[in-house]
Design a protein around this ligand. Structure first.
Ligand code: ADP
Length: 272
């Protein structure tokens, strides 16, 4: 049995269909990346997985239990969402923010104890933000803020991590740090990672499987090699992309091709 089962899910905003009959299963410990053009419905699907968007049709089960049957706290102990936008005006310090990850584990009106603080410290060390503990979120760079929110998710000790473009607007070194952190989490804590990403090469390097969404529907589900093909990508994104092999890893490597280059080369070499 899969850890997460999404069956025939359709989602709407008002009466506008955004996700159409999507079915996919995610296994425990999998690194699963959702890709697709802007507006394809990736964020909406991730929100539905986090129980933050009502289902119009179909069902989502986690550990064979409908997410609608989980209480908010139970769901928060089961999964943690790292959203795309993080409010820089959040009036809390780093350690206070990370400690919020403990709320789903506290009783009514309970305050955090020594163990919670220890877990927050561990999460900050793991995400390399311990030195920022006393700073407010507004005093951090985008990449640091991103790591604080990931630390909060780690501190939450949920076995499923949902991330919405965690590497957007980060420089290559910080992108790698976030992705390597995810890898470590997966191996050390057996955490299942579901990530929305626009970075096809990061997806190719780290994902076990990809879901390619287009216009709210499944275009393809499979390994990076199965999904990251020139035909599928060019068709889905509506532009010319070159797919060859990463010489170091053997994984698909995706390069952008300008219209001008595409029109001159495609006829001559036929490999674009
Ligand atoms: P993606 O993450 O793939 O870019 P989204 O899930 O954010 O796509 O959006 C899917 C579609 O739903 C888009 O057409 C978008 O305009 C629409 N949409 C997103 N959020 C809302 C909202 N709050 N109200 C109405 N429509 C929305």
């Amino acid at each position: 049995m899969s850890l997460i089962e999404i069956r025939g899910v359709s989602l709407q905003y008002d009466s506008l269909p955004v996700i159409k009959n999507v079915s996919v299963e995610v296994e425990q410990g999998e690194f699963f990346v959702i890709i697709g053009p802007n507006g394809a419905g990736k964020t909406t699907l991730l929100k539905a997985l986090a129980g933050l968007h009502p289902l119009f049709a179909g069902e989502i089960q986690i550990r064979q239990r409908l997410i609608g049957d989980y209480s908010r706290k139970e769901l928060a102990r089961t999964l943690a969402l790292v959203p795309q936008q993080i409010n820089a005006d959040f009036p809390f310090t780093v350690v206070e923010t990370v400690l919020m990850g403990r709320y789903p584990h506290l009783g009514l009106l309970a305050v955090e104890g020594k163990k919670d603080l220890q877990l927050a410290e561990q999460a900050m060390e793991f995400t390399e933000i311990a030195h920022l503990a006393g700073r407010r979120l507004g005093q951090l760079s985008g990449g640091e803020r991103q790591r604080v929110i990931i630390a909060r998710a780690v501190c939450q000790q949920s076995k499923i991590l949902l991330l919405d473009e965690p590497t957007a607007s980060l420089d290559p070194a910080h992108q790698l740090r976030i992705m390597d952190l995810m890898e470590r989490l997966r191996h050390r804590e057996e955490i299942t990672i579901i990530m929305v990403s626009h970075d096809l090469n990061l997806a190719s390097t780290y994902a076990d499987r990809l879901l390619l969404l287009k216009d709210g529907a499944v275009e393809k589900i499979g390994t990076p090699r199965q999904v990251l093909t020139r035909e599928l990508l060019s068709q889905s994104y509506g532009c010319t992309l070159l797919v060859d092999e990463n010489p170091l890893l053997g994984t698909p490597r995706v390069s952008l091709v300008s219209e001008k280059v595409a029109s001159t080369i495609s006829n001559e070499q036929g490999h674009l």
